[in-house]
Design a protein. Structure first.
Length: 193
């Protein structure tokens, strides 16, 4: 009888005592912590953290560098399309075709990341021109028209996976290329890395 009374008394004390905050756990030196801005997030009663389904919040920051999980990154005969063979993180690989007009804009002769930017309207001769920089996309674009100024095409380029920036906009989302939360709905056959 003494044992059961002790257990009940201990249970009662634990239910009425305030919970102490968890002690911080050290972060191993090999762990990289990335901070990103999000529109909103939820934390449930059990401590589960989730990012709301807002545009641009579709990828984890670690998935933005798709060059680490995709191979054979190249352009198409239509110069606004990127192809890549991407891992689904479960052992499978799928061929992806993605229209970059969903991710890039021509802003006064410079390629910039912007959802539904439609850069192809004012740029030409685009593609992946440097085999040593597989994610560097280059174009010749028209600057914004200005009265009385002769206009010439401007050479510009953008790294689709700017690994030094938290503003990376393109990534691999479980085997599918995505940018700003937009996925191309056309996934072709399986591919080999």
């Amino acid at each position: 009888m003494q044992l059961s009374t002790t257990i009940v008394a201990a249970a009662a004390v634990s239910l009425t005592s305030p919970l102490a905050p968890p002690s911080p756990s050290p972060v191993p030196s090999s762990t990289i912590i990335t901070t990103v801005a999000v529109d909103s997030f939820n934390v449930s009663a059990n401590g589960t953290f989730s990012i709301n389904n807002a545009p641009g919040n579709q990828l984890l920051a670690s998935n933005h560098n798709f060059s680490k999980t995709c191979t054979n990154i190249h352009g198409d005969f239509i110069d606004t399309i990127v192809w890549a063979c991407c891992s689904d993180m479960n052992g499978g690989w799928s061929q992806n075709r993605f229209r970059l007009g969903q991710c890039l804009e021509n802003r006064r002769g410079k390629l910039v990341a912007r959802r539904d930017g439609r850069f192809w309207r004012t740029c030409q001769d685009c593609g992946f021109k440097d085999p040593d920089r597989a994610t560097m996309y280059s174009c010749s674009c028209w600057p914004k028209p200005t009265a009385g100024v002769e206009h010439k095409l401007v050479d510009t380029e953008i790294d689709l996976v700017d690994t030094l920036s938290i503003n990376a906009f393109m990534g691999n989302d479980q085997g599918e290329l995505a940018c700003f939360g937009v996925k191309e709905r056309r996934r072709n056959e399986e591919c080999q890395p």
